[in-house]
Design a protein around this ligand. Structure first.
Ligand code: SF4
Length: 339
């Protein structure tokens, strides 16, 4: 048995001080960290409880520029059901409600959702000694093993795991930013730079510096309230991680697509912006042929694993379906949608 000390921080400065100790980790809702600790994957020597920091970390509010502030400690269910999110950023509400189960959404925080670790089974099962994410330099059991759920974009020879978050896929499409505080002050990380590809350091999931605390996620004013849709494709209807998901958000100028965002989940170590498809579709009317071509072009650079060639077709069709539903050209298709 390993002793773990516990400290409840009452403000951000105290939390930053408390986590300086070697082996210390922040704990919010604990929905991922406690699983990792029970399995022996995470072994903190000290837990710094940040759930009582309060103030802006617990708030959802409109920013002076018309954007949205979501505190890092807001629970996933509270964010999904907040009127400012439901009405202004329906893509985010849909993605949040597609994640996990109601019980987990009631506990999990927005900041914790950003920090959740891959669901690669070899990462969680310490009986497998080879996992570069868990034990750097040990190898990767998934590359020659079961890799049906793994990456088709951005993988490395060190790791082929995917990011499991639904919320993060919507935040990538919405061009969110992550606000953090650390010993050297506050900084803002563009969402596209927050999660990283595995490269030769798969043990590092994000660009957070040691000891930094996520304080908020902020969204720009345009939430694509009229045309947005999150499609999650998974092995069962609830409480399952995405095999592939697609977040689509559009704006029209008459019949021309004036702005379009597409992000994919379940395909890479970070939410994957489908920029090729976006560029092919903006500035012209949306057509079936154009949409199919754009989706196919996006997937042309995919590198599937031995067991997941199906993800290429699935992702292509997910883009087409999500954009069509977001544009109002097709009916809703999955249970993650707000009625
Ligand atoms: Fe570990 Fe990544 Fe390989 Fe999974 S894919 S076994 S997380 S190194």
């Amino acid at each position: 048995m390993e002793a773990i000390s516990y400290e409840r921080a009452t403000d951000v400065a105290a939390a930053l001080r408390a986590v300086r100790e070697p082996g210390a980790m922040f704990i919010g809702g604990g929905t991922n960290l406690l699983d990792l600790m029970k399995g022996g994957v995470a072994r903190p020597s000290k837990l710094v409880d940040i759930t009582r920091l309060g103030g802006e970390l617990d708030a959802i509010s409109t920013l002076p520029n018309g954007g949205l502030h979501i505190g890092a400690l807001v629970r996933n269910s509270d964010a999904a059901n907040h009127p400012l999110v439901r009405e202004g950023y329906p893509l985010l509400a849909q993605a949040l409600l597609a994640g996990a189960s109601a019980q987990l959404r009631n506990m999990a925080t927005v900041g914790g959702n950003l920090m959740q670790r891959t669901r690669c089974p070899y990462f969680y099962d310490t009986a497998f000694s080879a996992c570069n994410k868990r034990l750097p330099g040990s190898g990767c059991s998934a590359i020659e093993g079961h890799n049906r759920s793994h990456a088709i974009f951005g993988a490395s020879a060190q790791c082929i795991a995917v990011n499991p978050s639904d919320m993060s896929v919507a935040l990538a499409a919405l061009d969110a930013s992550v606000h953090v505080a650390g010993d050297e002050g506050k900084r803002i990380i563009p969402f596209s730079e927050f999660h990283r590809l595995p490269q030769d350091r798969p043990d590092v999931d994000t660009t957070l510096r040691p000891g930094e605390l996520i304080t908020a996620v902020r969204l720009p004013p345009s939430g694509f309230a009229q045309h947005a849709y999150y499609l999650k494709l998974r092995d069962r209807a609830s409480y399952a991680f995405a095999l592939v998901s697609a977040a689509a958000a559009l704006q029209f100028d008459g019949t021309t697509v004036s702005n379009l965002r597409i992000a994919l989940g379940g395909v890479a170590h970070k939410p994957w912006r489908a920029t090729h498809a976006e560029q092919m579709l903006v500035g012209r009317p949306l057509t079936d042929a154009g949409l199919r071509d754009a989706a196919a072009a996006e997937l042309r650079e995919a590198h599937p694993q031995r067991e997941n060639h199906f993800k290429v077709t699935l992702a292509e069709r997910a883009i087409v379906r999500a954009v069509n539903v977001a544009a109002g050209r097709s009916g809703h298709a999955n249970a993650g949608v707000i009625a």
